[in-house]
Ligand binder design. Structure first.
Ligand SMILES: NC(=O)c1ccc[n+]([C@@H]2O[C@H](COP(=O)([O-])OP(=O)(O)OC[C@H]3O[C@@H](n4cnc5c(N)ncnc54)[C@H](OP(=O)(O)O)[C@@H]3O)[C@@H](O)[C@H]2O)c1
Length: 243
């Protein structure tokens, strides 16, 4: 990377919201480092889209629930030169009514969505503090803001992310590292294909489901806007579903 070229690390950038963030940030002039778990073909597709915009794109495959692997790979790549922007976006859902929820369903979601925050953000914080700059954008969810039946595990993980981000924002704002949260509503991605859309649509004042690009637009604002005085905030992108 040249001295002036900015780099955005998009965690979970191979599909859905992360893919839209990678493409949108590339359009804003960022080189991209994109992480994913296992979908190599999807990641290669996003790399092509980023490169078509004249930007560089690196790929890193690892499981954010794996603390050792995350630390090793992220420290090796970013210890000397942290990313300018980190979009912590990867996440999973394992929905079930709590009364039927298995320990595996609980653990999978908490280990990935919430422990993943520690596993990914912790190795990058010290390099960002040393650089005295950086923007961390955490993707939570409307479920973390207001709760959702059938998503006790997921809502707990996403509410946890809000608490983590708000606290980190208070710790590191003085060093000019910004930490903010984006909380999407129902966005049309692989994650939401099974939802009963006919039942949900009447609950959305804008009368449409969100697009990944709707979320990416807000992420791009938090990543690229030069006049920045937003810290520790949750910005909801949900078509008015919860206010
Ligand atoms: N879609 C919605 O309506 C909605 C609403 C609110 C919040 N969100 C949140 O927004 C984020 C993105 O959602 P999405 O709908 O775009 O999801 P998606 O289409 O299922 O994509 C998930 C992304 O995360 C990666 N990922 C999943 N588990 C991982 C792991 N253990 N380690 C590393 N990477 C992993 C996937 O990599 P692979 O391609 O390799 O699997 C993929 O890039 C999630 O945090 C989700 O909770 C989504």
């Amino acid at each position: 990377m040249s001295d002036n070229q900015k780099l955005a690390l998009v965690v979970g950038g191979s599909r859905g919201i992360g893919k839209a963030c990678a493409v949108r940030l590339a359009d804003s002039g960022f080189d991209i480092c994109l992480t994913y778990r296992s979908n190599h073909a999807a990641a290669e597709e996003v790399k092509d889209l980023v490169e078509q915009q004249g930007r560089k794109c690196e790929l890193m495959a690892f499981d954010i629930a794996d603390r050792e692997q995350s630390k090793e790979l992220l420290e090796k790549r970013f210890e000397e030169e942290p990313p300018d922007v980190l979009v912590y976006n990867a996440g999973i859902a394992r929905d079930n009514l709590f009364v039927w929820m298995t320990g595996e369903e609980w653990d999978a979601v908490i280990d990935t969505n919430l422990d993943g925050f520690y596993n990914v953000v912790h190795p990058l914080v010290f390099p960002m503090l040393r650089a005295k700059s950086g923007r961390i954008i955490v993707i939570s969810s409307i479920s973390g803001e207001v709760g959702q039946a059938g998503q006790v595990n997921y809502s707990a993980s996403k509410a946890g992310l809000i608490g983590a981000a708000k606290s980190l924002a208070r710790e590191i704002g003085k060093k000019k590292v910004f930490v903010n949260v984006v909380a999407p509503g129902i966005i049309e991605t692989d994650m939401t294909t099974e939802l009963p859309k006919d039942k949900i649509l009447p609950l959305i004042p804008l009368n449409r489901f969100g697009k990944a690009e709707d979320v990416a637009a807000v992420v791009n604002f938090l990543a690229a806007e030069e006049n920045m005085y937003i810290q520790g905030q949750v910005i909801s992108v949900n078509g008015g579903m919860a206010t």
